[in-house]
Design a protein around this ligand. Structure first.
Ligand SMILES: *Cc1c(COP(=O)(O)O)cnc(C)c1O
Length: 477
């Protein structure tokens, strides 16, 4: 498989060439040159693979369609190491359970940090270790987090050879549970840096350090953000696993509703659908930060400033722009050289110049719902509380705030086919809002009992890029 950039750069690249990279050199995102097609017969065979051999075997089958520069036996071993019942809590890895009527929930958050980012990040940890060893190289991952991404990255990279993690977070601003999850890690290669500032300060520091090209090269600085193709690819697998659990034969269709922020999760659903997985609708659920809902309703994509970005009770969806959205637009415009030029004009020019672009008059946008299955909706704090209450009091299921946004929006898009809402985190991660809704604390998985009392490994620092650089330099000797 060859990979190309959404902004037109078509230098031939293979999977491992882009594995350790962020953006393409022209500022675009990487996508495969084409989407391999899964026939009905192949889909039936994959159903058997999942049923008989499990999720890791299914993951290998999907990944090997996109990865031809890792020997098959090695890739199979990486999948087997990653997707175990010990790490993900059950042999199904992503069990689907009924909620009510056609509504189902697919549990993606039983990994080490109790959020769906583990699904991809755990694989990335093994892929990075493998590829760095093969090249005899080292990588220092620098990131900024307000919660889920940073902890998923740390739990994926802990103890991995050739990798160090330097994760900045706003000092005192994450939930006590999230702080305990990250700061209790005692692994030598994991460095927590608490910045005296807000999340934007952390992001600015990461940008400043990455823009110092000499420093970046010398200290082999890399990232693991959500635009990484390998992360997206790993997520494609659970759309297949969800489909198999919600149906009994290949003639049936399924819809998915996805609590969305950076459009990474649902973009993986789009890829699965492009491969031929029988998905009826892909419903984008947003919170008050409704950049994506606005686009799918109106054709206008308008990024927000930080004063327009709301702090909500589903904080992992609090985004001002959706960094993976460019991938879908490239497909919408044709997934070819002309689409590359058009995508560059929209994301490289129009957005930079005026902060929005408008596809409302473009027939390809007007066809987006029928051709690609997309629909969307938005949920607010009040909706979230009401949905959490309803699911608990009437249906006996406790769901987290992000999943509640999904259930709320899914209910407006029900048909006759199963509607699978992706559960992106467990309630314990957002305990304050659960207590507000239910007047009781969420259950805590036993392995997390008492983590707030464990010794913490964290360095507090002012919001100063130079001090972060000095810290990295001291710890890379
Ligand atoms: C990251 C995250 C999301 C948003 O996923 P995207 O891939 O950015 O759309 C939703 N819910 C939770 C709990 C998350 O951690």
């Amino acid at each position: 498989m060859r990979y190309l950039s959404t902004r037109g750069d078509a230098t031939p690249r293979q999977f491992c060439d882009i594995l350790l990279e962020g953006l393409a050199p022209d500022g675009g995102l990487y996508l495969p040159a084409h989407y391999p097609q899964i026939s009905a017969a192949r889909l039936a065979a994959l159903r058997q693979t999942y049923a008989r051999e499990g999720y890791a075997a299914l993951a290998f089958e999907i990944l090997s369609l996109y990865i031809d520069d890792i020997p098959a036996d090695d890739l199979r071993a990486i999948c087997a190491k990653t997707y175990t019942a010990e790490v993900f809590g059950s042999p199904a890895i992503v069990p689907v359970r009924p909620l009510e009527g056609v509504l189902h929930i697919e549990a993606l958050s039983n990994g080490p940090t109790l959020a769906f980012k583990d699904m991809a990040m755990q694989l990335l940890g093994h892929l990075f270790e493998y590829e760095l060893a093969r090249r005899g190289e080292q990588l220092n991952i620098l990131g900024a987090t307000s919660g889920d991404t940073g902890s998923a990255a740390e739990y994926a990279m802990r103890g991995k050879k050739g990798v160090r993690v330097f994760m900045t977070s706003p000092h005192g601003r994450m939930s006590p549970f999230q702080q305990a999850q990250m700061f209790s890690l005692q692994d030598e290669n994991i460095h927590n840096i608490a910045i005296e500032g807000v999340f934007d300060d952390c992001q600015d520091i990461v940008k400043a350090v990455s823009n110092d090209l000499e420093f970046k090269r010398r200290y082999k600085i890399g990232t693991v953000n959500s635009i990484n193709w390998a992360r997206l690819l790993a997520q494609v697998v659970y759309y297949f696993a969800g489909y198999f659990q919600a149906t009994s034969s290949e003639g049936e269709k399924v819809s998915f509703t996805v609590p969305s922020g950076n459009f990474g999760n649902i973009c993986a659903g789009h890829v699965a659908r492009m491969m031929g997985l029988p998905i009826a609708k892909l419903v984008v659920a947003t919170n008050e930060n409704d950049v994506l809902d606005e686009f799918f309703r109106t054709g206008i994509y308008r990024v927000r400033g930080s004063s327009d970005t709301h702090e909500t009770s589903s904080p992992s969806m609090d985004i001002s722009k959706a960094s993976n959205f460019e991938r879908f637009v490239f497909d919408l415009l044709g997934h070819d050289a002309a689409a590359g030029a058009a995508t560059r004009a929209l994301f490289g020019d129009a957005l930079a110049r005026q902060g929005f672009f408008d596809l409302s008059a473009d027939p390809r946008f007007q066809d987006a719902a029928s051709r690609y299955g997309f629909a969307s909706g938005k949920s607010t704090h009040a909706d979230r509380l009401a949905t959490i209450q309803d699911c608990w009091q009437r249906l006996g299921q406790m769901i987290d705030t992000h999943t509640a946004d999904g259930v709320q929006v899914a209910r407006a898009h029900l048909g006759t086919e199963p509607m699978v809402v992706l559960e992106t985190a467990l309630p314990i991660k957002f305990a304050a809002t659960i207590e507000e809704a239910l007047g009781r604390a969420p259950e805590r998985p036993p392995q997390f009992n008492g983590i707030e009392d464990l010794p913490k490994r964290v360095q507090v620092m002012p919001a100063d890029a130079q001090q972060v650089k000095d810290y990295i330099a001291r710890h890379c000797a």
